[in-house]
Structures are given as C-alpha cells and as structure tokens.
Design a protein around this ligand. Sequence first.
Ligand SMILES: NC(=O)c1ccc[n+]([C@@H]2O[C@H](COP(=O)([O-])OP(=O)(O)OC[C@H]3O[C@@H](n4cnc5c(N)ncnc54)[C@H](OP(=O)(O)O)[C@@H]3O)[C@@H](O)[C@H]2O)c1
Length: 380
Amino acid sequence: MPRNIDDTSDEGSSLRSLLLVGLAFAAGYLFGRGSGNERESAVGVATEDEGTTVDEGTTADVTDGEGAVETTEDRADAESQGPETEAVDEPDVSEIVADVEIDEAVAALSAPTDRGMPMLGLGTYDMDDYGECFQSVLTALEMGYRHVDTAQGYDNEEAVGDAIAASDVPREDVFVATKVSPDNLAYDHVIQSTEASLERLGLDYVDLLYVHWPTGEYEPQDTLEAFAELRDEGLIEEIGVSNFTVDLLEEAVDVAPEPIFADQVEMHPMLPQEDLREFCAQDDVDVELVAYSPVARGAVDDVEALQDVAEKHDATPAQVALAWLREQGVTAIPKASSREHLRENWLSLDVELDEDDVAAVDDVGRTERLVDPDAAPWNE
Ligand SMILES: NC(=O)c1ccc[n+]([C@@H]2O[C@H](COP(=O)([O-])OP(=O)(O)OC[C@H]3O[C@@H](n4cnc5c(N)ncnc54)[C@H](OP(=O)(O)O)[C@@H]3O)[C@@H](O)[C@H]2O)c1
C-alpha cells in the first residue's frame, strides 16, 4: 500500500532513513557483508560489463549487457574464501538520505498485482556498486515499489537484501526475484547457489527464482527438478525462466514437475514479443510475462509514436511504454538509479491508455533487440 504522506516529511524521513542506513551498514559489517567492491575483489567474481575471466578454463556465457559476456566464477575460490573485512569502500550516506523523499502524487499510487506479483518492479542490472544499489532499492521501496529484481550475476544481492531490511516495508510485502546464473544450473549447483543467494539477500525465501538463461549447465529436466525441490522446501515461492523462446518455454512447461510461473524476456514497444504473448496466454500454459529493458534503456524517448501518445496524456514516452506493457498484462521491471527516473516510472501507473493509444504503440512495428548475445537461444 502507498505510504501515508503525513508520515514522510523530509526531515522525519531523512532522520529515519539515516538511522536505517546506519543500522544496515552496521549489520552488514557485523555479519561480514561489507561493500560490493570488497566482495568482488574477495571472491574474484567477474562482472558482467567487464567480461573478465577468473577461471580461464571455463566457457564464457551470456549476460544482460549488450555484447558483453558473463563468465564462469571460480566456484571453489568463492566457496572457500569469505568476504574481506578490510578496505571498506563506504558509500556517502548523506546522498542516500537525500534521495528518500515522497510527494503526494507518488504516495497516491500502488502497482496492480498479477497472481501476487506487483506489475511494476525495480530492475537492478548494472548496479554492482553497493551504495548506488542500496539507495535505489531503498528509495524505490519508500516510493511504493514492492517488486525488486536481482540476479546472482548482478553482484548486488547483498545491497538489495540490506535495503529491504533497512526499509520500513515488511519483508512479506515485497516481491523479491533473483536468477540462477547459467554456470549454476546443474541440479546440485542450483540448490547450493540458491542457498548462497538467500544468504546474501538475508532472506528465508525468494518469491520468484528464474533460470537466468537456457545455456551453460541448463538441462531442462535436471534444472527444473532442482527448482521444484527448492519450492517444496519453501525456499522459493515460484519458478521462473528467462530468455526462453516459445519452443524452450513449451519444453520447460512440459518437463517441469511444478508450474512455470513466469518468463522474463526483453520487451518494449520496439520488441513486442507477439509470439510469446500469444503462447503464454493459452489456458494450458498460463505463464506470466515479465518485461526486461521495458524502456529500451531510454531509447523509447526517441520514438515518434510514443512521443505523440505521451503528449496527449501529458506523460513521457517511457511512461507510455510502461503503461502499454501493463495494458498487455505484462509486468515491467525498469531499472532506475536516479530518483527522477524512479519517480517517472512509478507515475506511469497513473497513465491510462485508450484503444487508440494502444493501437498506435502496436503500430510502431519494429523488432529491435538490445540484449542479443551470440549464445542466446534465438541466435541458434
Ligand atoms: N533476464 C535478463 O536476462 C535481463 C536482461 C536485462 C535486464 N534484466 C532486468 O531488467 C531490468 C531492466 O532492464 P534494463 O536495465 O536492461 O533496461 P531499462 O530498464 O529499459 O533501462 C534502464 C536504463 O534506462 C534509464 N531509465 C530508467 N527510466 C527511464 C526513463 N523513465 N526515461 C529514460 N531513461 C530511463 C536508466 O537510467 P538511470 O539508471 O540513470 O536512472 C538506465 O540507464 C534490469 O535492471 C534487470 O533487473 C534482465
């Protein structure tokens, strides 16, 4: 539910947030979490953008970044070494506090839910800086966001979990999704790496766990049996897949011992995913679509048809893109690190498109992928 704006005067909010942030960092250090930079150097995990390799003998794989690669982490190293506790790169707490302000327009809105999943969430790809991620997630939760999307490969599960713990939103009111990396998709690796994700997040369960890409160690039967096992144990609520084409999704639905809840794919007005939408809507499939890169990383701003609809509604093209996804019954998880974008995307909940608007966006008629690595299933 939206916050009561009476409770969120700037001063009160700032003081409370300062306390919460201080507590979060204290807790982080007490439990040996530390900063993102520190963790990265301690376990030697390759970042998605850099595409660096720590285990030369293993294969490079797909990632969320355009043209970049996610490489195999050195599992043995990661398991044997704990995070370092020296050289803490402490974020600027005053900046974090300054971003937590709620106005009346923001507080008035809440995202509709689809089978328990809030249809507007926050993406966190490319937020591997602890302070930036912590701030964005905390600000988003304060604004009313109740769905946060992370992944093992984003190197930010600690920051996401700490922000959830630091916010005054009860954990059970937040829909938390993470993803298992392609190198962790063998049965045992799914179990072990998910337990490690939960530890980093500081949570007993996640609401949704995705197969990040159907590559690497992905074997439909084995992988999805491990996901079902996690669900039976109560460590995950729902099973998801990501970057699955219709064929791969059909196979997954067929072999999975438990229902597939969602397929997270790139979707925006320049990549409308008609085939997947049609397939997922079938009664015997019934899979939710979650749109990543829903504002096409800002490129929606330059599309004339979106500008026209935006002008009509006194909105922005990004808000129109998000409202259009909602009209299709698709959940969107725009990433925003700036308060302005967080707010703009949240206010898209107030934009209601009519049939003509939806048709105008449908007519954009482009098929352009931003995330298109060679190893992606649609390139095989
Ligand atoms: N499953 C997968 O393989 C996969 C792949 C890609 C992404 N994802 C998930 O989906 C999330 C979203 O996708 P994405 O990060 O690729 O792309 P996106 O959400 O479409 O775009 C994020 C970028 O656009 C900017 N932006 C945000 N709101 C905007 C607005 N209203 N107007 C103009 N620019 C805006 C952000 O800027 P600022 O940060 O400066 O505010 C950021 O640079 C990811 O963060 C991740 O959680 C999953």
